[in-house]
Write a protein that binds this ligand. Structure first.
Ligand SMILES: CCCCCCCC(=O)SCCNC(=O)CCNC(=O)[C@H](O)C(C)(C)COP(=O)(O)OP(=O)(O)OC[C@H]1O[C@@H](n2cnc3c(N)ncnc32)[C@H](O)[C@@H]1OP(=O)(O)O
Length: 156
């Protein structure tokens, strides 16, 4: 992970406005995803206004983190499957087809969260990942993301 550029920093400017991961969205979360061995990793510290009930993180935010770490992990996995670097062409860009989230325990506010992704399947235009969210070393949320390469028709 050291000295690695996050996959989102390879997205072109016009695809970098996503609320979850777009570096050009001043209101967004700016999620960054990296390889850590065979897993992907991302860190995020919720703000105090990302609150559900006092002391705990809002579930919609947690789903959003899983969503964008999932699509970022999908892009990382697609390059790896072709043994290519992320600055090579053709570029892999993914959108979310399906997002499943299980909230196992309340997620405490005020600490850094760690997201870890496992690549479950890389098949054709589709990548499936399983993502966990941990707080204080304990998994509080699990998710599954089906990401599909952005069709040409999506890009205006
Ligand atoms: C680059 C910066 C991106 C940042 C992204 C951030 C994350 C987001 O929030 S993206 C926004 C939310 N997502 C969307 O708006 C997507 C809307 N949906 C779509 O555009 C389309 O349904 C799309 C592109 C996902 C899939 O359509 P299409 O390209 O026709 O896929 P299609 O050929 O039918 O299916 C491809 C594979 O995906 C699977 N798949 C498609 N949809 C789903 C689904 N909902 N659930 C499970 N699997 C699915 C298919 O079964 C198929 O798998 P297989 O190859 O094994 O048969």
């Amino acid at each position: 992970m050291k000295n690695q550029k996050p996959i989102q920093d390879y997205y072109p400017d016009e695809l970098s406005y996503c609320y979850g991961c777009g570096r050009n969205n001043e209101y967004g979360h700016h999620i960054k995803s990296y390889w850590d061995g065979d897993e992907t990793v991302s860190h995020f510290t919720p703000k105090e206004y990302h609150i559900a009930i006092p002391g705990y993180v809002y579930g919609g935010l947690l789903a959003s983190l899983i969503d964008c770490h999932g699509t970022g992990s999908a892009a990382l996995a697609a390059y790896k499957a072709e043994n290519r670097q992320p600055d090579t062409l053709p570029a892999f860009r993914f959108v979310t087809a399906s997002l499943q989230v299980d909230f196992l325990k309340p997620t405490p506010l005020g600490v850094e969260l760690e997201l870890r992704g496992k690549i479950v399947e890389v098949k054709g235009r589709k990548v499936i990942t399983e993502i966990t969210v941990s707080a204080n070393g304990e998994i509080t949320v699990k998710g599954k993301v089906v990401a599909v390469q952005v069709p040409e028709t999506f890009l205006k």
